[in-house]
Write a protein that binds this ligand. Structure first.
Ligand SMILES: Cc1cc2nc3c(=O)[nH]c(=O)nc-3n(C[C@H](O)[C@H](O)[C@H](O)COP(=O)(O)OP(=O)(O)OC[C@H]3O[C@@H](n4cnc5c(N)ncnc54)[C@H](O)[C@@H]3O)c2cc1C
Length: 248
């Protein structure tokens, strides 16, 4: 059993729970199979792992998933979007059951909250599954930061994960939370399910975002390119814009 939580190479983690967050995203909760502590990750880091199987198609195939839980050394959570035809995301959704193991490396990655004073404002902007590292940052910021604007862009209520969690943290901490629906359903209601229709535009950012803040972005490449261009165009300096790409 590892005493300090650290390990080198691969370590077996066992699935202890799985929860459907919305139509195409499920969260998977893991503990160390040996019962020991895990490494406390930094918010924004990801977990590289492979499936434990003898099946040739999956053997030694490595994928990385951002940890979507508050940094801790007991329980990891990843939240995975099912990609049609995707090898590992489909395996996780359709085949990984409670009690099954994965083999994981320690959490890694440099997309983390930069050291700043508690007063320094931050703006977290996610598109779709890009919510995962930013949600972990939001949990951390709830304890460490005073001025947070969380902007979540999704298609509609069927594809809207973590709505209640984010809403509750924002209420409790006095953070600002803005939800964009690009394609609301007939039953989706402005003010209840979402705040804005369409995309996060330069015009909207110019009046609604705190341009003095440090920005953290995660979403599809086209979403991040547009956002970065908008922010730069509005005078935000490049060294205050951080982002994570999910495609390698
Ligand atoms: C740092 C990092 C963090 C990540 N965090 C998360 C996370 O928190 N949650 C999560 O769900 N994914 C995350 N990903 C993506 C994840 O690692 C896989 O790439 C993704 O799940 C697809 O793997 P797969 O084996 O299912 O598909 P593959 O078999 O590798 O791909 C099948 C096909 O799908 C395409 N494809 C791959 N990814 C996507 C995509 N995102 N959208 C549309 N088409 C795609 C591929 O181009 C390919 O044509 C992250 C990636 C990185 C690099």
């Amino acid at each position: 059993m590892k005493q300090d939580g650290k390990w080198s190479g691969f370590r077996k983690l066992v699935l202890v729970d799985r929860i459907k967050e919305c139509e195409d995203i499920t969260s998977f909760y893991f503990k160390a199979e040996d019962g020991g502590k895990l490494v406390k990750h930094e918010a924004g880091q990801y977990l590289p792992f492979k499936i434990v199987t003898e099946e040739a198609a999956y053997k030694d195939v490595l994928r990385t998933y951002s940890l979507s839980i508050i940094p801790n050394d007991e329980l990891y959570r990843i939240s995975v979007k099912k990609i049609p035809g995707g090898l590992i995301s489909t395996y996780l959704h359709e085949r990984l059951q409670i009690g099954d193991c994965i083999e994981a490396m320690i959490p890694m990655g440099l997309f983390t909250l930069k050291e700043e004073s508690a007063e320094a404002p931050i703006t977290l902007i996610s598109g779709g599954i890009g919510i995962t590292p930013l949600l972990s940052m939001l949990y951390q910021a709830a304890d460490t930061r005073k001025s947070v604007h969380f902007i979540q862009a999704v298609q509609n209520s069927k594809l809207h994960p973590f709505k209640t969690d984010i809403h509750m943290i924002a209420e409790l901490k006095g953070f600002r939370n803005t939800v964009f629906y690009s394609n609301p359903l007939a039953e989706d209601e402005k003010g209840r399910d979402y705040d804005e229709i369409g995309f996060v535009t330069k015009e909207w950012l110019s009046t609604e975002a705190n341009l003095e803040s440090t920005f953290y972005l995660c979403g599809p490449p086209v979403f991040m390119k547009a956002l970065e261009e908008s922010l730069l165009g509005l005078g935000v300096s490049k060294d205050r814009i951080y982002y994570e790409l999910f495609s390698q």
